[in-house]
Ligand binder design. Structure first.
Ligand SMILES: [Zn+2]
Length: 347
């Protein structure tokens, strides 16, 4: 089969790799119908997180089960399924608690020795604990398939951020980050009943999506000016709930600065850089809570899926560029240059 591999920073290739086969009786092989490029893939692309030459890449996909191992009980050949961005056994204490990302037998697609999502097919370990079945008729609905793909990462991650930020009915929410996760954070906050949602961003194509997803205000300023603008919008107090979906020291500083005393920050931006932007003494004095981390999206798919299926929420606008498998390297370039928000891959 063909799959995307990464050889060095800015050196992605689409090449022939061995076809995935059932290795363990709990595996399935999924033929990929839709995949996408994540903002977090760019850290590998830019060389800021290390990869071995030839390693696979891509961690968001949905597709059709092609073959199931002898001990797989929940899936059969022909099933339409979505995969969260980590696999997990579904049986350990962490999985039972809904923290599938801490599963000791779990792992990330594209890690050394495993298939990545940006290819024609994927061997899925612990299929029963990992995959979620989708209605078969969704396979012929192009728009719905695109919306469902967001369940593999960005929608669940935005939801995790909103939960971490303590969003509830009537909350005032601020969202730092205008990437797909930040936008899905807006969607998730709206779904959880937020009254006011302030989106920080200055690219109108993105802030237009934020407004469509439920943002009531947009702050285009950056840094200290953005902090002042949010304070002005909130009677000088800041937001009850702040979603941090970038992961830089500056974005965390902004998040802390715009959180109301007693409020919470839900952080899901993958941290990078040496500093954290977190000053514990400030957070202590102002009683600000910080929750979040890598999102256990497998735990959220069953809750979010019905709302995507019936159109209550539609995250599909975050995908603004579609490529075939051969177009994946160009898709990364477009996201790296910020000419694309999120790239959909149709292998
Ligand atoms: Zn587990």
């Amino acid at each position: 089969m063909r799959a995307t591999t990464i050889h060095a920073p800015y050196d992605l290739r689409v090449e022939d790799v061995p076809d995935p086969v059932i290795k363990d009786s709990t595996d399935v092989v999924v033929r990929v119908l839709r995949a996408c490029v994540c903002g977090s893939d760019l850290w590998a692309y830019r060389g800021e997180s290390a990869r071995q030459p030839g390693q696979r890449i891509g961690h968001e996909f949905l597709g059709i089960v092609e073959e199931a191992g002898a001990d797989v009980t929940g899936f059969a050949s022909g099933d339409l399924v979505v995969a969260p961005f980590v696999w997990s056994d579904g049986t350990c204490d962490y999985c039972a608690e809904g923290l599938h990302t801490s599963c000791p037998r779990g792992g990330f697609w594209g890690s050394v020795g495993s298939d990545g999502g940006q290819g024609e097919a994927v061997r899925v370990p612990f299929a029963d604990g990992t995959l979620v079945k989708l209605p078969a008729d969704a396979a012929s609905d192009d728009h719905l398939l695109t919306a469902l793909l967001a369940l593999s990462d960005v929608l669940g991650t935005g939801h995790h951020a909103a939960l971490g930020a303590g969003v509830r009915k009537g909350s005032t929410v601020a969202v730092v980050g205008d990437g797909a996760v930040g936008l899905c954070g807006v969607l998730a906050a709206k779904r959880l009943g937020a009254d006011r949602i302030i989106a920080l961003g200055r690219h109108t194509a993105r802030t237009d999506i934020a407004r469509a997803f439920g943002a009531t205000d947009v702050v285009a300023e950056r840094g200290v000016a953005a902090e002042a603008a949010v304070r002005e919008l909130t009677g000088g107090q800041g937001a009850h709930a702040v979603i941090e979906a970038v992961g830089t020291e500056q974005s965390m500083r902004t998040a802390v600065a715009i959180t109301r005393d007693g409020g919470s920050i839900g952080y899901v931006g993958v941290p990078h850089g040496s500093g954290t932007g977190v000053d514990l003494s400030v957070m202590f004095d102002r009683n600000i809570a910080l929750r979040g981390g890598v999102a256990p999206v497998r735990a959220y798919i069953p809750e979010l899926l019905p709302d995507v299926l019936d159109g209550t929420i539609d995250p599909s606008p975050v995908f603004d560029l579609t490529v075939g498998l051969d177009g994946v390297p160009g898709g990364y370039r477009a996201m790296d240059e910020r000419t694309a928000l999120k790239v959909l891959v149709k292998p």
